[in-house]
Design a protein around this ligand. Structure first.
Ligand code: COI
Length: 358
């Protein structure tokens, strides 16, 4: 199927929004002036690709997205370097994962060229929204939904793909300070064979109730366990790593954990530094036991929104695991990833794509 030509219809600059100050950004609170959108139908393929002013969607209330949850998204970032140039971190990784998710949700895949060119076109249109302040970036949210109005339970024959942009600072209100995490032993986020390994909106719907309970108790996030309520999964907004004296462990991808881009980059960096990183099953009992023996040195999360986040405390039932002030490895990872993104450290793995190349 042909990739459509992208039309660009920009807003009158007199109607541009005022840019929010960096210290007010937080995460996902502001949206840029434009979006990218394209429609798909089984008869016409991908059509109507355009950058136009940010606006509300117009959808049939019977659309599949509302009733049967055909909704998928990605999270990516664009960075402004000191010379003013704009760079994206591993957009090809996101394009691949997006289409893996589309297949799982019985949505038609978005051609990689349309995915990357659509993102390039809207980021270019809204380049003034890419913040220059340290720790800030332009968060990119590609989204794919089933848009056909029909109530039979079958895959939607029409779809909408769109990309919105949000300038962001820190994901957590704690900023760079270590986060407190609640280990959920009752509710489940996902099970192998379900949707946990793809970025379906449904995974986040499943996580909201436990996250709300955790928040009320003073925890920033929930650490999910496997169906056996023992195996460590992920934190919904990030993958997790545990640094022991003799090994660095992250849960192996088991079909219910999201294969995170920053997770993958972290593993590659650690291997490059000859650190003993392993992907394997790890249980909460093992963490509790090894924490008791003072073998657990630090723990951290990895994610596009969360970057590298230090974990300061884990609460599992009545057991509190304080992780002290050691964040040596997570800090080193954070500085290196930042450096690669901002162009102050070599991009050994070829992760960065300049906006001009999209
Ligand atoms: C991301 O890190 O991009 C995420 O999608 C996590 C979350 C904000 C939903």
């Amino acid at each position: 199927m042909e990739t459509p030509v992208i039309q660009v219809q920009l807003k009158d600059p007199k109607q541009w929004k005022t840019l929010p100050p960096a210290e007010k950004l937080g995460f996902g609170n502001f949206f840029s002036d434009h979006w990218f959108t394209s429609h798909f139908s089984e008869t016409k393929g991908w059509t109507d690709a355009k950058v136009e002013p940010y606006q509300n969607l117009s959808l049939d209330p019977a659309a599949a997205v509302f009733h049967y949850g055909q909704a998928l998204f990605e999270g990516m970032k664009a960075f402004r370097r000191a010379d003013g140039s704009i760079w994206l971190f591993r957009p090809d990784f996101n394009a691949r994962r997006f289409n893996d998710g589309a297949e799982r949700l019985c949505l038609h895949t978005v051609p990689t060229e349309l995915f990357l060119k659509g993102i390039g076109a809207v980021v270019r249109a809204d380049s003034r929204w890419v913040p220059k302040e340290p720790g800030c970036a332009l968060y990119i949210r590609p989204t794919l939904i089933g848009s056909e109005g029909f109530l039979g339970v079958r895959p939607s024959r029409e779809q909408q793909f769109f990309v919105i942009l949000s300038p962001v600072g820190s994901y957590y209100s704690e900023g760079a300070a270590p986060v407190k995490i609640w280990v959920e032993y009752s509710a489940l986020r996902a099970a192998a064979g379900g949707l946990g390994a793809v970025k379906a909106g449904a995974n986040y719907a499943a996580s909201l109730q436990a996250a709300l309970h955790a928040k009320k108790k003073g925890y920033a996030q929930v650490l999910w366990l496997n169906v056996d309520r023992q195996g460590i999964e992920e934190v919904g907004t990030m993958n997790v790593f545990f640094v022991f004296k003799n090994e660095i462990v992250t849960p192996a991808l088991n079909g219910s954990i999201l294969p995170g881009g920053v997770r993958d980059s972290t593993i590659q960096l650690l291997k490059h530094w000859n650190k003993p990183v392993v992907e394997r099953r790890i249980t909460i009992s093992e963490i509790y036991e090894r924490h008791g023996k003072q073998e657990l040195v630090e723990a951290f999360g990895t994610g596009t929104a969360a970057t590298i986040s230090h974990i300061g405390e884990l609460q599992w039932q009545d057991k509190t695991m304080k992780l002290g002030g050691q964040h040596e490895l997570s800090q080193q990872l954070l500085e290196n990833l930042n450096g690669i993104q901002m162009g102050t450290k070599p991009d050994t793995f070829g992760w960065m794509r300049s906006l001009d190349s999209l």
